[in-house]
Structures are given as C-alpha cells and as structure tokens.
Design a protein around this ligand. Structure first.
Ligand SMILES: CC(C)=CCC/C(C)=C/CC/C(C)=C/CC/C(C)=C/COP(=O)(O)OP(=O)(O)O
Ligand SMILES: O=P(O)(O)OC[C@@H](O)CO
Ligand SMILES: [Mg+2]
Length: 256
C-alpha cells in the first residue's frame, strides 16, 4: 500500500517540522491562467500539500483541477479533503479518510466509508485514516450544517482531548481539528496543545486561519500542518506570507 504522504506527515510530527496545506474549493477557482500562476508561486515557496474539497460542491471539477496542478507541478501531493464520497478522484495522490468523531452522525463516522472502501482498495490513492473534529468557531459553518452535527465547544479542551484519545484507541493515525471554513475564532491553543500532548500523532489544524498571527498561534500550540482556505481566496498574499514564515521557522529549527 502506498504510504508516502503518511510517512511525510509522521516525519514532520516527529521532527517538529511545520507544513502548510492550501485548501482549494473546486467551485471557487480563478481562471486557469491565474490559478496556475498561484500554484507555481506557492510551489516555489515550498508549499507542502494541496487539499481539494468542500462541504458542498456544485460541479465535480476535481479531476480537471488535479490535471491542471499536475501540468505545472508533480511534486506537491494533491490530497482529497472530501465533504462526501462523491468527491473522489483516482487522480489524487491521497485522501483524508475522515471520520467525524466529534459528531454522532453514523453516515460520517462509518457509513460513507463503507460505500467507498472497495473503490479505494482498487485505486492507487493513498488512504490517510483521520479523526476529524469540528470545534466551535463562533459562527455556524457549512460543515456544521451539512454534517448535521454539534461542534465541540472551543473552551472545553477536556472534551476535545477525550474525543481525540478515543480516536487514537480506535486506530486513527492523523487528527484534523477544524473550526470550520470561515470561522470567526480558530481552534483554541488549549485544545491544540492538549490534543498534541495526548495523541502524539500528526495534527492538522484549520478554519478561520485568515491572518498570519492566527497561523503562528496554531503552529506554536502544536499544529504540524496548518490549512488555509478562505484566507487565501480573499487575500492571495496570505499564503505567501504564511509560506515565508514557515520556511524561516523550519530553517531556524534546522529541519528544512
Ligand atoms: C470518507 C469519505 C470519502 C467521506 C466522508 C467525509 C466526511 C466524514 C466528511 C465530514 C463532514 C464534511 C461535510 C466535511 C467537509 C470538510 C470540508 C472540505 C470543508 C471545506 O470548507 P467548506 O465547508 O466547503 O467551506 P465554504 O462554505 O467556505 O466553501
Ligand atoms: O476556509 P478556512 O477558514 O481557511 O478553513 C479551512 C478548512 O479547515 C475548512 O474546513
Ligand atoms: Mg467550500
């Protein structure tokens, strides 16, 4: 089984190297030329991952976007971050096989997974078993509504840690803490550090990271990968700023 992305994530978590994922919403890309320019710029600044997905996408343009990315860069892994099993593509390098462990919606805990497992078994797409935890970001988000689940309160690290530990004991290998796209308040540093200490596994953090200061807080609290979506859509220079900051940080740790 293909394990390149998992190895990379485990190496980052072990060495303390920080990584950046750019979340692209397939419904919201620019014209092809500007998009490719953005990809090239980000890859020159050592972008680590491209994530692709959304809570709800109106046209499945995923294959097309992966094709475009691969035309200019075959190094950056393209990882599916699916809102549902409809968002699958054989062309992706990996898939976050998300189980929404903060919620109690069986379809998103195990249901959709059963439906797509045979197809994944036949593909070359690397499967990344991921405990997906929705944390209250101070505003109702698309993921809240679409998943029909209640997020974990952002000021209750004990509940978040217990949830992540349960995921770890079930064998999940990665954890994604999400305040939801466009969150007003990102995942608290207490939740990030509490979970990092408890599970000792690669930690992805996203939702509302729309300023460098918020990204720094998440990284210093223990995030291994920060995910930037809306922030980059609204202000493309944010991605550049974050990548430059992370490069310097990794250099200072001598682990670039
Ligand atoms: C295992 C497979 C293949 C499917 C199930 C996947 C699960 C459990 C999904 C959890 C619930 C869910 C709807 C997640 C969506 C996460 C996501 C890609 C969010 C991106 O942001 P949007 O919520 O689309 O933000 P905007 O509203 O800003 O576009
Ligand atoms: O769009 P933003 O707020 O950056 O959030 C990214 C991602 O974590 C949402 O699921
Ligand atoms: Mg979206």
């Amino acid at each position: 089984m293909n394990q390149k992305i998992e190895e990379k994530l485990k190496f980052y978590a072990k060495e303390g190297r920080k990584a950046v994922a750019w979340l692209i919403d397939p419904d919201k890309t620019l014209d092809d030329f500007s998009f490719l320019e953005q990809v090239q710029k980000a890859s020159a600044l050592q972008l680590d991952f491209i994530f692709l997905g959304g809570s709800l996408i109106s046209a499945n343009g995923i294959d097309r976007i992966i094709g475009l990315v691969k035309k200019v860069n075959t190094e950056i892994p393209v990882v599916l971050f699916p809102g549902s099993l409809l968002q699958f593509s054989e062309l992706a390098d990996g898939i976050l096989f998300l189980s929404l462990i903060s919620g109690r919606n069986p379809e998103l805990l195990i249901g959709q997974h059963v439906m797509i497992a045979p197809m994944l078994a036949k593909s070359n797409v690397e499967v990344l078993p991921t405990g997906y935890m929705l944390i209250d970001g101070g505003i109702a988000t698309s993921v809240n509504y679409i998943s029909q689940t209640i997020p974990i309160p952002n000021h209750k690290p004990d509940i978040a840690v217990a949830t992540a530990l349960a995921g770890k004991f079930l064998g999940l290998q990665h954890f994604y803490l999400d305040a939801g796209s466009g969150a007003k308040i990102p995942v608290s540093k207490e939740i990030i550090s509490g979970i990092k200490d408890a599970v000792n596994a690669p930690l992805l953090v996203g939702g509302g990271l729309n300023e460098l200061g918020k990204v720094k807080t998440a990284l210093h609290a223990g995030a291994d990968v920060v995910v930037i979506g809306n922030g980059a859509e609204k202000n493309p220079s944010l991605l550049t700023e974050v990548l430059e900051y992370v490069n310097v940080l990794n250099l200072s740790l001598n682990i670039n």
